[in-house]
Ligand binder design. Structure first.
Ligand code: FES
Length: 98
């Protein structure tokens, strides 16, 4: 199996869940399926990413970038940026890694 280019991790803990993370996760899975990216983009859920007030939060590896208050309409912008090894700099985000 070839390695993925992106691992996208949606926080599904209580605060992010209360702000719609399950729907965002479902939208993300559908986005990946619709664009035939299942061999390129791995989608997972996680427990708390320690940024609860800013949820729903989504972490992108390998860059280690957390996007805050992510909406379904942001997914295309963020994923396309990361597939080009960029960051969607106009959306609220911060680095999890140095
Ligand atoms: S519950 Fe999502 S960051 Fe804490």
């Amino acid at each position: 199996m070839a390695p993925y280019k992106l691992h996208v991790i949606v926080c599904d803990d209580s605060d992010c869940s209360a702000k719609g993370s399950q729907q965002l996760y479902d939208d993300l899975k559908q986005f990946v399926k619709d664009r035939d990216l299942k061999k390129v983009v791995k989608v997972s859920k996680s427990t708390c990413l320690d940024d609860c007030k800013m949820g729903p939060n989504v972490l992108f590896y390998p860059k280690g970038i957390i996007y805050n208050s992510v909406k379904a309409e942001n997914l295309e912008t963020i994923i396309e940026a990361h597939l080009r090894h960029k960051v969607a700099s106009k959306l609220t985000h911060h680095r999890m890694l140095k």
